[in-house]
Design a protein around this ligand. Structure first.
Ligand SMILES: Cc1cc2nc3c(=O)[nH]c(=O)nc-3n(C[C@H](O)[C@H](O)[C@H](O)COP(=O)(O)OP(=O)(O)OC[C@H]3O[C@@H](n4cnc5c(N)ncnc54)[C@H](O)[C@@H]3O)c2cc1C
Length: 407
């Protein structure tokens, strides 16, 4: 079989090389053997698309389960569906992605109404009219609240916020900043807000109405049987061989025509420039009877408390009934060797390191780097799926174009 080489554009628009096996008998192309590292959403969605196109897919997954960090499992004692790596709510404006996930799982509509405890009082997040009125003991109407925040709270001396703290002071002023952002952010990122980019806060809404839905997307929901069942359904295709509990080894790549890598970008290159920085999470699990906190997610902004939030998992399945309850107290800290990487830090040092790894990745023939770890970004599930679908489509377009040129 003749191996041909071809350049294509992958999801991050960097040229990639991959090999095609030419079918010498008929002039067409045999199926390619594609290796995918990681059976999270990225690997599963790409694997499915390429298997449906007739390629043979092998997926190596280091963990004992599919779905990556979206993994859900039923607690053996209580029967409650638990979001094992932290709470995951599906939300998107992308109708095609919404249709895609609904073709593999039955979704229930769900609105995430996050609360926060500060100084022994409970408020609604994101900051909205109710939060403002409760916090300041007022009964503002929307325009009054808007004026009050702009004229009496916001720091008008800051015209061009350079960091998270300045952005917060510019947007809501010191009182709301101290209560709702400062402590939580310090715990989450392990850094002073003045050392963090303003962009983190620019993404958070400030509402002058009573809308306390955490997300503003058109489609929001949770899969009835959890994300792991959904990803298992995506992977359920005769063209896909899935190997759990099977970390990638380099000799596997040599046997494949192309590799899609959804593991950590730096790990692929043996961390030769040093590790890319992440925050990791520890979950302290506890159970109780009945309803422990009355909502799915309760944040804790007080700096004295070491945890950032408590998730009560049964509130993610309001269509089920459980006498018991399972909660996770969540602690953030620096990610060390052997820890699960959760949030990429992406400050100046990491960005410099990232550009070095991206340069290596651009020169790596036959490999496409995908997903949150392979591209070192925080990406929501809908974006992950969109990018995986686009990456698979780009790959197929390029292989077909190559095929046409050969005949
Ligand atoms: C705490 C937290 C909460 C989140 N909440 C939401 C939310 O509410 N809504 C939302 O839309 N998104 C949420 N996300 C984002 C969501 O988790 C990601 O979009 C999604 O997990 C990305 O999927 P992925 O396949 O790219 O990565 P992953 O899920 O990380 O999958 C990568 C897989 O690769 C495997 N792997 C890595 N290295 C190797 C190797 N060497 N060999 C074999 N296998 C390997 C890993 O074991 C893993 O299974 C949240 C993320 C975090 C951290």
């Amino acid at each position: 079989m003749l191996k041909l080489f071809q350049r294509i554009a992958c999801c991050n628009n960097k040229p990639k090389r991959f090999r095609l096996r030419q079918n010498t008998s008929g002039g067409g192309f045999d199926q390619m053997h594609i290796l995918i590292v990681g059976a999270g959403l990225s690997g599963a969605v790409i694997g499915r698309a390429l298997a449906q196109a007739g390629h043979h897919i092998t997926i190596q997954e280091a963990r004992t389960h599919v779905a990556g960090n979206c993994h859900t499992e039923r607690c053996a004692d209580t029967g409650i569906m638990v979001h094992a790596y932290g709470p995951h709510i599906f939300h998107t404006d992308d109708a095609e992605v919404w249709e895609y996930v609904n073709s593999f799982a039955r979704f229930h509509s769900f609105r995430n109404r996050v609360k926060t405890t500060v100084n022994d009082l409970v408020y609604a997040l994101p900051i909205n009219l109710h939060t403002i009125n409760q916090f300041f003991g007022r009964r503002f109407r929307p325009d009054e609240a808007r004026r009050f925040i702009a004229e009496e709270q916001a720091d008008q001396s800051i015209t061009d916020p350079q960091n998270f703290e300045e952005q917060a002071l510019h947007m809501v002023g010191p009182a709301l900043y101290e209560a709702f952002f400062k402590g939580y952010t310090e715990k989450q990122w392990g850094r002073a807000p003045a050392d963090l980019p303003a962009a983190i806060l620019k993404r958070l809404p400030l509402r002058f109405n009573y809308d306390d839905n955490y997300y503003a997307h058109r489609f929001q929901g949770l899969p009835e049987d959890g994300y792991t069942a959904m990803v298992a359904a995506i992977l359920d295709h005769p063209g896909i061989d899935l190997h759990l509990n099977s970390p990638f080894s380099p000799e596997q790549a040599a046997r494949a025509d192309h590799l899609f890598w959804s593991g950590p970008l730096d790990a692929y290159f043996g961390q030769r420039h040093g590790p890319l920085g992440y925050r990791t999470l520890d979950f302290e699990r506890f159970t109780a009877t009945g309803d422990w906190q009355g909502c799915a997610v309760m944040n804790y902004g007080d700096p004295e408390l070491p945890y950032t939030r408590i998730t009560e998992h049964k509130h993610f399945s309001p269509w089920e009934n459980h006498a018991q309850t399972v909660c996770y107290r969540e602690y953030a800290r620096a990610c060390g060797p052997g820890d699960i990487p959760y949030y990429p830090i992406r400050l100046a040092r990491e960005k410099e390191l990232l550009s070095q790894y991206e340069a290596l990745a651009a020169r790596e023939a036959g490999v496409t780097f995908i997903g949150r770890l392979g591209t070192y970004r925080y990406i929501d599930m809908d974006v992950t799926i969109r990018e995986a679908l686009d990456s698979a489509a780009a790959f197929l377009t390029a292989t077909q174009a190559r095929h046409r040129r050969q005949i």
